[in-house]
Design a protein around this ligand. Sequence first.
Ligand code: NAP
Length: 277
Amino acid sequence: MNKIGIIGKPLSHTLSPEIHNSAINYFNLDLIFEKWELEKVNLKQFFSEAIKKNILGGCITIPHKENVLEFFNDYDDSVKRIGAANWFKIENNKIKGFNTDFKGFERCIPITLLRNIPEKKCIVFGAGGSSKAVVEALYINKAKNITIVNRTIEKAKSISDKYKNIEIKVAELYSPETLKNEIENADLIINTTSVGMSSGPDPKGNLIGGYNLKKNVTGIDLVYSPSRTPFLKTISHFDGTVVDGVEMLIYQAQIGFEILTEKKCPVEIMKTALKLN
Ligand code: NAP
């Protein structure tokens, strides 16, 4: 039987099987969804055997969105621009990478904020695969005031350096004095790190704890397990608008599933699978 699935590690937190099985059942497709929990060293063997194992494609999550690129034969424009992939599709014996995080994230930004994004101060925590998609979405929507905050400053700088016609600021995570002014004046704060993720490196961590946020700030957390992260609780504490990671997860999944199967599953079906309706 043909297979699709998810590549990542850890995968204990993933909601992708529920989401995609709901779409497979909705269209009554002859497909199974598998979890491929792989170390970086196992990726080469996985992709070299994928075709003979009847794998049609799948999604890619932490920490492999950049690690997978060297095993692809072709890249969608989204991957060329962003430098990370969260989906792959195998067709005519070729493996092609796609990035749907970018569109999925864009759909999560509240519409009035999105329209006014050029005047807004945006902070992006993290400089991994998903941060690249988030920064690209902000840039495409003409954000002019973006700061990337990361533990490893070189990674933040390498994202910022890609953008030649705007200045994207970078800041080191553990420099609270420098960060105070940035964070306390932000209109939109996005967490793209795995801090706060239940099966991640720092489940109770909160990168905006201890700051006095602007009233009406918007906070988007890409972490979706748990749905109410310490980050989002702090945003609520300042009467801010909260967008949890499940929303983006569903949008990026809908687009990815459509790339693989050419069928657009209603988001309501995917939400019902997660008991959100
Ligand atoms: P990634 O490429 O591995 O990047 C991880 C990021 O988290 C890096 O910036 C890393 O900093 C930072 N980080 C990790 N541990 C940290 C710690 N203890 N303290 C401070 N920073 C730390 O991962 P990714 O693919 O971007 O995914 C990141 C998170 O977003 C995951 O929780 C993933 O599930 C979630 N996500 C959700 C969606 C969705 O649809 N909702 C989509 C994409 C991603 P360094 O660079 O210093 O290592």
